[in-house]
Design a protein. Structure first.
Lengths: 302, 339
């Protein structure tokens, strides 16, 4: 059948063209990425964080939980690169192990709140009507709370601890994503190809799962990566207030708080873990800042 | 406009009702811990059970919720376990200090954020522009609590240039409480020594709190200024031979202000948030510190009341910002007329 043959050729052609376009897009993105020193610096910081987290046991010089009271509050030296804390634990090793916690918190919060936001947003945007009204009023209510306050409130209510802090931050985080995905879904919903599939008799579930969700993913992923820095800051804030990770966990916010009483004479106890928070959050924000430029169509044309 | 305001007020009411539900839910998640806290850790189960009955925690959820709403309608937020006073009194007592701190911080971040943003738009891609971009990025990446500790360490402990944490020197006597805002009360009392000392004490916490907002305001001010500067009427103004200074101050600035105003409003909301951490570090006797203590001691009524108040305040601020935005940007209302 000649018709089928042309069609097959067309599909193959389409696929090739699409692959080419995708390749060019990625290449352009790479060029824009490379051109911007801010983005490159940010990426290097994140890569460094991931490497430190992966190889923490090998990079650490001491056991992060090992208390040597005879060596408490020692200043930085070759033995203890960042000094020791009030229980004689090696701060450098704790910071290195803390990288794992920080990365874990950021990834888990994203992994919990983004799918919830996606689900709520797609349902709300595609189904519309009463479902939309209810879900959006619900997200309005959560958005009515400042994020940190809501996270603190839930962290305190659920009971302190790292897992609950992660849940609490996720609770505070999903409504923003739901809003975003809903807006995206509304834009896609009335497009021709969705109507075409509808006419072909695809079920609502199928349309939502296979045709709308994939289209929302890229926007959502960008937004989540922009939020990473803020998530880490909230988690560190919870740790600092004593509502997040609990002792003896080497969470950076908690470590800053531990050093508060020794601030004047033993500056390193608080300062160095806090510096780690700053650098990592800065890394995510630098990438986010560059990402905004890379994805901006105005920049692409130039 | 009136229609718009009514619609927004209606949404606000729904939101406030929702806030009440969420805060009630908060109190449901923690029912046993505060009881154990009141009863003491070693108390037998029967005592806890009796207390549960006493506080009505044995009732079905909807009955508890009904009672909760009833109390709210009467403006009764319950007693704080921690201070043994009505939560509402506590909040009214601590809130002015937060308001004072947040307002000074806002002034700081608006003034410097606008200057930085506008200058970096006017001198785009200059050294100043890059510098301001880096400052903003560091500003939003900074753990507030850590910055506060560092600045305290340097400027109070090491250099001794700035005063100790707290709201006022111990040797000074607070003026009679009228508004609760020290800076206003001291002026009313004519006590200038207290006024300057209070301002001096607020300086560092306000800078720390304001830094985050500064970054956001600078960014929005820059991008909206760049938008405006690229428009035709600015070219016209330049061709007419107006000086660059006049073009910027008279023609560009006004239009660039509109998005910035929105950002300023949002910043005020986020300052309430940042106050929780800043007040803890600077021993500032405000709502943030009250809330933190309540959270740590599981002072249930204080948690519920405080969180609710902050959320309502935050929503009202957001509403005011939206209204101001609609008022400042005539295009919104014009578009409705045309349609």
């Amino acid at each position: 059948m000649p018709d089928a043959a042309t069609k097959a050729l067309d599909t193959a052609d389409m696929r090739r063209l699409r692959a080419q376009a995708r390749k060019r897009y990625l290449h352009d993105s790479y060029v824009l990425w490379k051109r911007n020193p801010i983005t490159v610096t940010g990426t290097l910081i994140i890569v460094f964080l991931v490497l430190v987290a992966l190889f923490a046991p090998w990079l650490a010089t001491h056991d992060p939980y090992d208390q040597i009271l005879a060596q408490r509050l020692m200043p930085p030296s070759w033995d203890n690169l960042f000094g020791t804390d009030n229980l004689g634990r090696d701060i450098y090793s704790r910071v290195v192990h803390g990288a794992r916690l920080t990365l874990m918190i950021a990834v888990l919060v994203a992994a919990i709140s983004a799918p919830i936001g996606l689900l709520v947003g797609v349902l709300s945007g595609y189904l519309g009507g009463i479902v939309d009204e209810v879900l959006m009023r619900l997200s309005d209510i959560f958005l009515a709370f400042p994020k940190l306050i809501l996270a603190i409130a839930f962290a305190a209510a659920l009971g302190t601890g790292l897992e609950n802090a992660i849940i609490a931050i996720s609770i505070a985080n999903w409504p923003g994503y739901a809003r975003l995905v809903r807006a995206e879904t509304l834009a896609i919903r009335n497009s021709d190809y969705i109507q075409a599939i509808q006419v072909l008799g695809a079920s609502r579930t199928r349309i939502m799962l296979q045709h709308i969700t994939p289209m929302c993913l890229s926007t959502l992923i960008v937004r989540v990566s922009l939020d990473m820095g803020a998530i880490i800051l909230i988690a560190a804030g919870l740790g600092f207030l004593g509502l997040g990770a609990q002792p003896p966990s080497p969470e950076w916010g908690l470590m800053v708080s531990d050093g508060r009483n020794y601030l004047v004479d033993q500056w390193w106890v608080s300062t160095l873990p806090g510096f780690a928070i700053l650098i990592v959050v800065l890394g995510f924000n630098l990438v986010g800042d560059g990402l905004r430029d890379i994805l901006d169509p105005h920049q692409r044309q130039s | 406009m009136a229609h718009y305001i009514m619609k927004r007020l209606f949404t606000l009411m729904i939101t406030v009702a929702g806030i009440a539900v969420v805060t009630f839910f908060l109190s449901l998640v923690v029912p046993l811990d505060p009881l154990a806290a009141i009863a003491g850790p070693q108390s037998p189960p029967e005592t806890v059970e009796r207390l549960r009955k006493l506080y009505g925690f044995d009732q079905p959820t909807y009955v508890q919720f009904g009672r909760y709403v009833e109390r709210l309608a009467e403006g009764d937020l319950g007693m704080s376990f921690q201070t043994n006073r009505p939560v509402l009194d506590d909040i009214l007592n601590f809130f002015p200090a937060t308001l004072e701190l947040a307002t000074i911080a806002l002034i700081f971040s608006v003034v410097f954020g606008m200057i930085l943003g506008i200058l970096s738009a006017v001198y785009k891609d200059s050294l100043l522009d890059h510098f301001s971009r880096i400052i903003s990025l560091i500003g939003v990446s900074m753990p507030v609590f850590w910055l506060g500790l560092l600045l305290l360490l340097v400027f109070y402990f090491q250099l001794g240039w700035l005063p100790e944490p707290g709201r006022l020197d111990i040797m000074l006597i607070e003026p009679p409480r009228i508004t609760g805002v020290l800076l206003i009360d001291s002026v009313i009392a004519g006590d200038w020594e207290v006024f300057w000392d209070a301002l001096w004490h607020a300086f560092l916490p306000a800078v720390v709190l304001g830094l985050f907002g500064l970054a956001g305001i600078a960014r929005i001010a820059r991008s909206s200024m760049l938008d405006v500067l690229s428009q035709e009427y600015i070219k016209t103004a330049r061709i007419k031979g107006l000086s660059e200074y006049l073009v910027i101050t008279r023609h560009a600035l006004r239009n660039a202000l509109v998005p910035t105003v929105t950002m300023i409003g949002l910043t005020y909301g986020s300052l309430l948030e940042g106050a929780v951490l800043t007040e803890t570090i600077f021993s500032w006797p405000g709502l943030g510190r009250y809330l933190t203590t309540a959270f740590l001691t599981l002072d249930l009524n204080a948690i519920v009341g405080g969180t609710m108040l902050v959320a309502i305040l935050y929503s009202v601020v957001n509403l005011l910002v939206d209204l101001l935005y609609a008022y400042l940007n005539p295009k919104i209302t014009l578009a409705q007329h045309d349609a």
